[in-house]
Design a binder for this molecule. Structure first.
Ligand code: GAP
Length: 469
């Protein structure tokens, strides 16, 4: 039975577990913290890297039509002029005049059932005025009704490069990329010229992105520094519908393949689109800790806007000559874009279970897909004070860790060690006992069933590798 019920209760438990077991720490805690930025500890970094590697495997390794890229965070500032980010990558901000709490006006309107997705500032302020007149517009922190009108707040994070003396000059302003796909567009031509790719093909990359989010209070769901896993697929416009649908299915299957139940995800279709886009869907996951469905991934048909703009601003010809069609055109793009932190939170949320055991004890277990688990096997000597058991356990541990992530634990009794490994989602616990010394067999305990089976040490590696891949 899963005991943690309300979203707040689950969030508190999750926060406590992720901090206590070293998955996620608030950034700069010794200086009092730094809002909406987080660090990933040992198990968190391992889990995050496993999700990233699984994504890269599916998006690049297992495909003939997608190649990889790792582009720089800093790019020529004109990149963001061309993409429209400098002029219009912003959110509508309102402030409480009493306690200075900042709020997103579109989120406030949405809480009243008014859709403000991509709405103009004029529309937003008209709707806010109606709420204000009815005394319904209140600060989310102190409840005051003294709220400013909405204004545009740029999400772009500025930095500077160059010598310290001219650091403050406007020409030196560079931006930390707000999305990783900018680098993909800039390397589209080099990729085409340096690989044997022909349209349709994709470029995928994982990397950091930065946004000056107005409100970022939902743990790692919305942060100011985060990682994106994005794939831009370049194609002829006539292929858009077919490829868009294929990629929608491919991405949907990713969630099912990694253990997300179908009833916990759904599609959200964007009704209002950017002027260049023809279709946009989000996959939303029902985050129990956030109290409902929220975006985890976007799939967008972007027309030829991106390459046209970069061609125009750079003066470089980005047209593609299609030999089969005998046609020259600027490729159209469809993208799949997901946040690594949001995937991480989704997998944790889905895996976090509290089970009541016979006798009334409760065990906390992360039922992660085994391919994603930070530690694949934990190796225990039955007793800490018996050197022959410890030595044998060490030798099994040192052998297995050559092939996958393992942990050695001789602290406390075996029951407590099982609990510790359950909490971090370790699929297998291997105990070296006195029988091991006689016949080279060990017990292997399965995280989910809690059943133990005896196995030859010589079979362990193959058994675990088969189950974690
Ligand atoms: N290139 C398209 C793009 O960036 P987006 O909908 O703004 O589209 C894509 O972002 C994905 O990036 C989202 O679905 C989400 O998973 C993730 N993401 C966006 N902003 C984020 C933030 N502040 N914190 C964490 N993840 C974020």
């Amino acid at each position: 039975m899963n005991k943690a019920n309300s979203s707040q209760e689950r969030m508190e438990k999750m926060l406590s577990l992720t901090k206590r077991r070293g998955f996620v720490f608030p950034s700069s805690e010794i200086y009092g913290g730094f809002a909406a930025v987080y660090d990933y500890g040992h198990y968190g970094a391992l889990l995050k890297n496993n999700i990233r590697d699984a994504w890269l495997k599916h998006m690049v390794q297992l495909r003939d039509d997608v190649v990889g890229l790792d582009s720089a965070i800093f790019m020529h500032p004109t990149t963001w002029k061309a993409s429209g980010h400098i002029d219009s990558f912003d959110d509508p901000q309102i402030d409480c005049r009493v306690c200075n709490t900042r709020m997103r006006a579109d989120h406030i309107l949405e809480s009243f059932g008014i859709s403000a997705d991509k709405a103009t500032l004029e529309f937003i302020n008209e709707e806010l005025d109606k709420l204000r007149a009815e005394k319904k517009l209140k600060c989310t922190n102190c409840g005051s009704t003294d709220i400013t009108p909405a204004k545009r707040f740029s999400l772009m994070v500025k930095s500077n490069l160059g010598s310290p003396t001219d650091a403050l000059s406007e020409e030196n302003v560079v931006y930390l990329r707000p999305e990783t796909c900018g680098g993909i567009y800039l390397e589209y031509k080099n990729t085409l010229d340096s690989t044997r790719m022909k349209l349709p093909f994709g470029i995928a990359q994982v990397g950091k992105a930065f946004r000056n989010e107005i409100v970022a209070r939902q743990f790692i769901f919305r942060t100011r520094e985060f990682e994106q896993m994005e794939m831009q697929y370049f194609l002829h416009p006539s292929e858009m519908d077919q490829k868009f649908n294929e990629w929608k299915q491919t991405r949907w299957n990713w969630y099912l393949d990694y253990g997300i139940p179908e009833e916990k995800i759904h599609w959200y279709k964007h009704e209002k689109l950017a002027h260049y886009a023809s279709d946009a869907y989000d996959i939303e996951y029902n985050y129990s800790i956030l109290g409902g469905f929220k975006e985890v991934e976007g799939i967008h048909a972007r027309g030829n806007w991106d390459l046209s703009q970069h061609s125009k601003f750079s003066g470089v010809d980005l047209t593609y000559f299609d030999e089969k069609r005998g046609e020259k055109f600027i490729p159209h793009i469809m993208e799949t874009s997901t946040g690594l932190g949001r995937q991480f939170l989704m997998f944790l949320d889905n895996a976090f279970v509290e089970e009541e055991l016979e006798g009334g004890d409760v065990r906390t277990v992360l039922k992660l897909d085994k391919r994603l688990s930070p530690i694949k096997a934990a190796i225990f000597p039955l007793l800490k004070n018996r050197p022959e058991l410890v030595e044998k356990a060490q030798s099994v541990y040192k052998d297995l860790r050559e092939s996958f992530m393992c942990e050695f634990d001789d602290n406390g009794n075996v029951g407590k060690r099982y609990r510790r490994q359950d909490e971090i989602g370790t699929p297998y616990c291997i105990t070296i006992d006195f029988e091991t010394l006689e016949n080279d067999t060990v017990t292997v305990r399965d995280r989910d069933t809690m059943k133990q089976e005896r196995m030859n040490i010589s079979d362990l590696k193959t058994f675990i590798l088969t189950n974690i891949n």
